[in-house]
Design a protein around this ligand. Structure first.
Ligand code: UD1
Ligand code: CA
Length: 462
């Protein structure tokens, strides 16, 4: 590719009325990633693009909170007056001069950077001033129709303005354009549409041809990359495509997925070889799974790092935590943010862990809460143990050193430290630090009232 200065523009200020939602359309998620981030990530992979401007409006202001990147700038479109007006707002914040502007829509999450690179190449090689990306649509629906004269693009007609003949055209506008800086002033000449007062960027085609600029269509081979999402039905359809693409990628990379229809894997997720994924598993965000792991049905992992040989048993939720080699988690476990478990840790059923470290070969197998705690190695936590970490105002820490045995039904009232190899008797409420190698018993002594049952029966009869 010739070395040209390119600026990307993502149009993302539209209301997205057809979504019927209070959330801006471009923030609706596909496989847990907001739609607009697909376009952004795609542009960020194209090395010739120096900067990207995202056009937002007060309706889509929340986009700003989602996108945190130094190479992105935001432009405000005061009112969503149409795609041409949106591009105009972008140009007002682009201070440096660029040779080319690549315009993409924020509602096309299936787009691939390789395709856009070919579009830029096509534009440069043919010395075009304006390139419109088009495709043959199996369902042309509401896409703008491409009118050709002598094989060359001459006009884009929006559906609402199309005659019956034009409606029959199957080549449509993708909403993606490469525009050379010389053509940009023509935006000022675009007139409002008679029907709705909107300024259509599509009108730039006719103006550019009229002014003698070399204007051409790049017909893309794969229509699904340009699938524009306007409704929740279309969102679902796009998700299905992406879900299958991602699952197939991992199948081809040595991962077993038993049911690609019910497993949801976000684009950023990575999975090691010989990992086995059962149905109804959701892997979200920056989740990285090692080799030879097994994830049983119904589990959801969000921003989780799993080392090799980890087993996640059924219906387990793990959020922003690390599970180290050889650990077994679940079934029905809840690992909350900031936790590290293992190597060879075991967290069993109905155990909740929050912001805690559980060291090598330590186990909490049943019905337990471990919060704000630091556990060493070779520890056994008995069933029904609770770290009482919260006093109503502040959180406090529990420290359990190597080799400790905590008997069932224990409460550890933090802040508290249980030193090495100590044993806590079942049913204890521990409020003081326990010395190394000690047995701590903190429960009322058992008493017997002789013949109590017989006495009770006698008093009933009286
Ligand atoms: C647009 C094109 C149509 C093309 C289709 C491809 C126009 C007039 N029509 O139609 O030819 O086939 O895309 O998907 O351009 N936006 C703004 N500000 C606005 C209006 C829209 O930023 O004032 C943004 C939207 O957020 C969206 C994109 O521009 O990301 C496209 O807008 P949308 O309303 O979806 O256009 P379409 O009707 O799909
Ligand atoms: Ca659209």
């Amino acid at each position: 590719m010739e070395n040209k200065k390119i600026c990307g523009v993502i149009l993302a200020a539209g209301l997205g009325k057809r979504m019927n939602s209070s959330l801006p359309k471009v923030l609706h998620k596909i496989l847990s990633k907001p739609m607009v981030c697909y376009a952004l990530d795609c542009l960020s992979k194209i090395s010739d693009i120096e900067k990207t401007v995202v056009v937002i409006s007060h309706h889509t202001e929340k986009v700003k909170d989602i996108i945190k990147s130094n190479s992105v700038e935001f432009a405000y479109q005061e009112k969503p007056l149409g795609t041409a007006d949106a591009l105009k707002s972008a140009l007002s914040v682009i201070k440096d001069s660029y040779d080319l502007i690549l315009v993409v829509t924020g509602d096309t999450p299936l787009i691939k950077s390789k395709t856009l690179e070919s579009v830029i190449d096509f534009h440069l090689q043919n010395k075009n001033s304006l390139t419109v990306v088009t495709f043959d649509a199996s369902i042309p629906g509401a896409y703008g129709r491409i009118v050709r004269v002598n094989d060359e693009i001459s006009q884009i007609v929006e559906l609402s303005d199309a005659s019956e003949d034009i409606k029959k055209i199957t080549e449509v506008n993708s909403g993606f354009y490469v525009i050379s800086s010389s053509v940009l002033p023509l935006i000022e000449k675009i007139k409002a549409n008679d029907k709705n007062g909107e300024f259509y960027l599509t009108d730039i085609v006719e103006l550019s041809i009229k002014e003698g600029f070399k204007t051409a269509a790049f017909k893309a081979a794969d229509e699904k990359e340009f699938f524009g999402i306007n409704s929740r039905q279309e969102l679902l359809a796009a998700q299905k495509v992406l879900q299958r693409e991602i699952a197939e990628h991992w199948l081809n990379n040595g991962v077993t997925i038993l049911d690609t229809e019910s497993v949801f894997i976000s684009p950023e997720v990575t999975i090691g070889k010989d990992t086995f994924i059962y149905p109804n598993v959701v892997l979200e965000g920056n989740t990285h799974i090692g080799a030879n792991c097994t994830i049983y049905p119904g589990s959801r992992l969000l921003n989780v790092a799993l080392e090799d040989d980890v087993v996640i048993k059924d219906s387990t939720v793990i959020d922003a935590s690390k599970i180290l080699t050889g650990s077994v988690i679940g079934p029905f476990a809840h690992i909350r943010p900031g936790s590290t478990i293992g190597p060879k840790g075991k967290i069993g059923n109905f155990v909740e862990v929050k912001n805690s470290t559980i060291g090598y070969n330590s186990k909490a197998s049943h019905l337990t809460y471990i919060g704000d705690s630091e556990l060493g190695k070779d520890i056994n936590i008995g069933a029904g143990t609770i770290t009482c970490n919260y006093d109503g105002k502040n959180k406090h820490k529990t420290v359990i050193k190597d080799g400790v045995f905590v008997g069932s039904g224990t409460q550890l009232v933090a802040p508290v430290t249980i030193n090495k190899n100590a044993v806590i008797a079942a049913g204890s409420t521990i409020t003081k630090d326990v010395p190394e190698d000690a047995l701590a018993v903190a429960r009322t002594k058992q008493q017997h009232i002789d013949n109590w049952t017989l006495i009770k029966q006698r008093t009933k009869k009286d």
